[in-house]
Design a protein around this ligand. Structure first.
Ligand code: NAD
Length: 429
């Protein structure tokens, strides 16, 4: 099918590449001229495992192209996807101005029937507004169907998630666009949930909030474990074997972050408030998440006492492993807290150093993870990169002035670390 995706970021670019990979012809539109130039020159602006090969192969096959020109994208496709940002406003509600802008742009370019599919994460009832806006601004007075098709990919695993989705959610007002959506997704062999638009929109916010809740739940359990001498990893393993619970999202740590969970949680609380429901459960999820970071910083201060004039090494800046994304990264927030206390930082991340630099201008970036701790008073692990499990612990220990490790992601075995002479502090163990 001929598809256009407006917004070529994490979601738009990966979706475009995967749609092209299964044989659709895809135009990716972005209003960031520099990004389009880069993509045309074969430079992929984000790090996502497997993405570069996918983009290059499909560009070479003529199935994937990039443009800044929205009308061209709209006119040359049957189905137009929206994948632009929906950032938070200061009060937690969603800034829908990007969506509204694109709805007007689509309307202005439409000369025949189109299916307009929203992939961005939006508050319930946004689909109605998009449909209204397109109708109002479409001079050609042609028909269109608006569909809600929320995206569930995880950064760091986005290509795999898109190629093998657990389910595809399609929210529609009538049956007319359903066949086209089924045809687009048929090669992915996933169950397709066809529902109404409001339910589809709610599925996305309800899912992300539930996952954030699961993380806060295990983080709360980690506090009980620390107080009672239990081990949160053992508890999570035992809980996770129950199929009704599942092991995923039960890793205690320094809290969740990233461009989705914090914003979607605030948005969902605000959406509920506007509908007249006080979602106190989710407010508690936010509070536990903030507490978890406070407790970790406190642990560092309790051990090192005064941070002024101390040098601390930090491993991990991305908000999670396998990505270079540092938006709302708890690792960055942690670094900033340590700097505020007066510590000087040496930092390393396998992929996110370039994007982190502007956020941590005073930190020293170190290319070699095994050299990050040289001359430091302590080492902190802030992101769960697999690479860090292969750290040359002996070399790192010798390079520190004191063998102190604060492991915010529970990457190492506590007993083994202590046997090797480390002062080792982790989460919930
Ligand atoms: P992003 O910031 O990486 O990309 C958005 C892109 O849209 C940018 O390249 C921007 O230049 C472009 N853009 C903005 N306005 C435009 C316009 N008027 N015309 C053309 N292009 C325009 O954002 P993202 O992370 O891909 O997120 C997009 C949406 O998907 C958000 O609603 C987000 O919540 C949702 N989402 C994100 C993820 C994720 O893991 N990143 C997962 C699921 C859903």
């Amino acid at each position: 099918m001929k598809l256009t995706i407006i917004g070529t970021g994490y979601v738009g670019l990966v979706t475009g590449a995967c749609f092209a990979e299964v044989g659709h012809r895809v135009i990716c539109v972005d209003n960031d001229a520099a990004k389009v130039r880069q993509l045309r020159a074969g430079v992929i602006p984000i790090y996502e495992p497997g993405l570069e090969e996918l983009v290059k192969r499909n560009v070479a096959l003529g199935r994937l192209s990039f443009t800044e020109n929205t009308p061209e994208g709209v006119q040359q496709s049957d189905v137009v996807f929206i994948a632009v940002p929906t950032p938070p406003q200061p009060d937690g509600s969603v800034d829908l101005s990007f969506i509204e802008r694109v709805a007007r742009d689509i309307a202005g370019a439409m000369t025949e029937y189109k299916i307009v599919v929203d992939k961005s994460t939006v508050p319930v009832k946004t689909g109605e507004k998009v449909a209204e806006t397109i109708k109002r601004y479409c001079k050609a007075k042609v028909d269109c169907d608006v569909v809600s098709n929320p995206e569930f990919l995880r950064e760091g695993f986005a290509v795999g998630d898109l190629m093998n989705p657990d389910r595809v959610v399609v929210g529609v007002r009538s049956q007319r666009p359903v066949a086209a959506l089924k045809q687009i997704y048929a090669p992915f062999r996933a169950p397709i949930v066809v529902t109404d638009i409001a339910s589809a929109e709610l599925i996305k916010h309800a899912s992300n909030s539930f996952l954030a809740l699961k993380i806060s739940y295990i983080n709360a359990i980690s506090v009980l474990c620390e107080a009672s001498g239990a081990n949160v990893q053992e508890v999570a393993a035992g809980m996770g074997m129950d199929e009704r619970i599942g092991r995923r999202f039960l890793d205690a740590g320094i809290g969740f972050g990233g461009s989705c969970f914090p914003k979607d949680l605030s948005a969902f609380i605000k959406i509920a408030e506007q509908i007249g429901y006080d979602f106190r459960l989710l407010k508690e999820v936010q509070r536990i998440n903030a507490d978890q970071m406070d407790r970790f910083v406190k642990k560092i201060i309790e051990t090192l006492w005064v941070l002024r004039d101390k040098k601390i090494a930090v491993l991990g800046l991305a908000f999670k492993q396998n990505t270079d994304d540092v938006r709302m990264s708890p690792a960055i927030a942690l670094c900033q807290r340590l700097q505020k206390e007066g510590a000087a930082l040496r930092v390393h991340d396998p992929k996110a150093m370039e994007k982190a630099r502007p956020l941590l201008p005073d930190a020293t970036c170190v290319e070699d993870m095994n050299a990050v701790a040289e001359g430091c008073d302590a080492l902190v692990i802030a992101t769960e990169w697999d690479e860090f499990k292969n750290l040359d612990l002996e070399r790192v220990r010798k390079s520190l002035s004191h063998p102190i490790l604060f492991d915010g992601r529970n990457l190492f075995d506590r007993a083994q670390m202590e046997e090797r002479g480390w002062i080792y502090k982790s989460i919930g163990r």
